[in-house]
Ligand binder design. Structure first.
Ligand SMILES: Nc1ncnc2c1ncn2[C@@H]1O[C@H](COP(=O)(O)OP(=O)(O)OP(=O)(O)O)[C@@H](O)[C@H]1O
Length: 281
C-alpha cells in the first residue's frame, strides 16, 4: 500500500489540488495507439466533463483510472495512491472510494434493484447485518430519486431513465468521494436528461463529490460541468472552463462547440441564465 489510511482521506484531499493525476499515459491495442503522453488532473470537488470524438479514448481513459485497464506506460495516482502498482491493497483502496456508472448501466439483470445496490456492500463489507444493508440500499435508491418500490423491481421492469438511476444508486453504495459517469444521459429524452443532470449536480454539491463525467451531450456540459477536458490526437489537448475551451483553436473543438448543436446548447444555456436572472431580479 503506497499511501494513506482511510482516516486521513478527507483531510488529505482537502489539502490537495488533484484527486486524480495522470502523467504520460499510453494505451495501445495491438498497433492502435489510443493514448500517447496523455496528462490530466482532476481537482477535488469539481465536475469535470470529458469530451472527444467517438473512439478518441474516453472510456479507455476512465477504465485505466479505475484500474480496469493497466496502461502500457505512464503514471496514474488516485487520491494519492498509485493506480498502476498492481498491489491488490491499492486496487481495493481505489475501488472502495470510486463509484462507477458504466455506459450501459451494467446492472445484474437477474437481481432486483435493491440486490444490485447491495452487491458492492456485500463484497466490501460482508460483516454488515442484512437489515443495515437493506436500509443503506433504500437510502441510496432514494438519493438517486427512485421510489422505495423500485427496490423490489428487476432492471427489465424499469424505464431507461429509472435504470440509470438504479445504476447511480449502486455507484453510490459505498459513499465514494469520486464518481465516474460514462455518458449518463445517453439514450434519455431531453427532459429525462436534464433531470438526470440536475440530480448529478445536486448530489455532487450535497455529498461533496468529485465527478469525472464522459459525455457527448452539450447540454450537460453547459448545465453542470465546472471544467471540460478535450481528448483528441491521443491526449488531452485542452482543459479549462467552458468559455476558454470554446475559444480553443482546434478543428474538433471548433466543429463541436460552434457547429449547429453547440450553438443551440449555448443559446439554451444563456436563455436559462436570463430566466434565472429575471426571476431573481
Ligand atoms: N478491449 C479493447 N480491445 C481493442 N480495442 C479497444 C478495446 N477497448 C477500446 N478499444 C479501442 O480503443 C479506442 C478508444 O475506445 P473508447 O471506447 O475509449 O472510445 P470513446 O472515446 O469512449 O468512444 P465513444 O464516444 O464512441 O464511446 C477505440 O478505437 C476502440 O475500438
Amino acid at each position: 500500500m503506497s499511501a494513506r489510511t482511510p482516516d486521513t482521506d478527507h483531510e488529505d484531499m482537502a489539502g490537495s489540488d488533484t484527486i486524480v493525476r495522470v502523467r504520460g499515459l499510453r494505451n495501445q491495442f495491438g498497433d492502435q495507439v489510443v493514448h500517447d503522453e496523455l496528462d490530466l488532473d482532476v481537482r477535488p470537488g469539481e465536475i469535470l466533463g470529458v469530451v472527444g470524438g467517438s473512439g478518441s479514448g474516453k472510456s479507455v481513459l476512465m477504465r485505466s483510472i479505475i484500474g480496469l485497464r493497466p496502461p502500457n506506460a505512464g503514471q496514474i495516482e488516485v487520491m494519492g495512491v498509485d493506480a498502476c502498482s498492481g498491489d491488490p491493497e491499492d486496487r481495493l483502496y481505489i475501488e472502495r472510494r470510486s463509484g462507477v456508472l458504466f455506459q450501459d448501466g451494467a446492472l445484474f439483470s437477474s437481481l432486483t434493484v435493491g440486490e444490485n445496490v447491495q452487491v458492492p456492500l456485500k463484497e466490501h463489507y460482508p460483516g454488515l447485518p442484512d437489515s443495515l444493508r437493506y436500509e443503506l440500499a433504500l437510502l441510496k435508491v432514494k438519493l438517486a430519486g427512485l421510489p422505495a418500490s423500485a427496490l423490489e423491481k428487476l432492471p427489465a421492469q424499469l424505464s431507461g431513465g429509472m435504470r440509470k438511476r438504479a445504476a447511480l444508486a449502486r455507484a453510490l453504495a459505498l459513499d465514494p468521494p469520486l464518481l465516474f459517469l460514462d455518458e449518463p444521459t445517453a439514450g434519455l429524452d431531453p427532459i429525462g436528461a436534464a433531470a438526470f443532470d440536475n440530480l448529478i449536480r445536486t448530489l455532487q454539491q450535497a455529498l461533496g463529490l468529485t465527478v469525472f463525467l464522459i459525455t457527448h451531450d452539450l447540454d450537460t456540459l453547459y448545465a453542470i460541468c465546472d471544467r471540460v477536458a478535450v481528448l483528441a490526437d491521443k491526449r488531452v489537448v485542452a482543459i479549462g472552463a467552458l468559455d476558454e475551451i470554446e475559444r480553443f483553436d482546434h478543428p474538433w473543438v471548433q466543429d463541436y462547440f460552434h457547429g449547429p448543436r453547440g450553438r443551440a446548447a449555448q443559446q439554451s444555456q444563456r436563455r436559462g441564465r436570463h430566466v434565472q436572472g429575471t426571476q431573481h431580479g
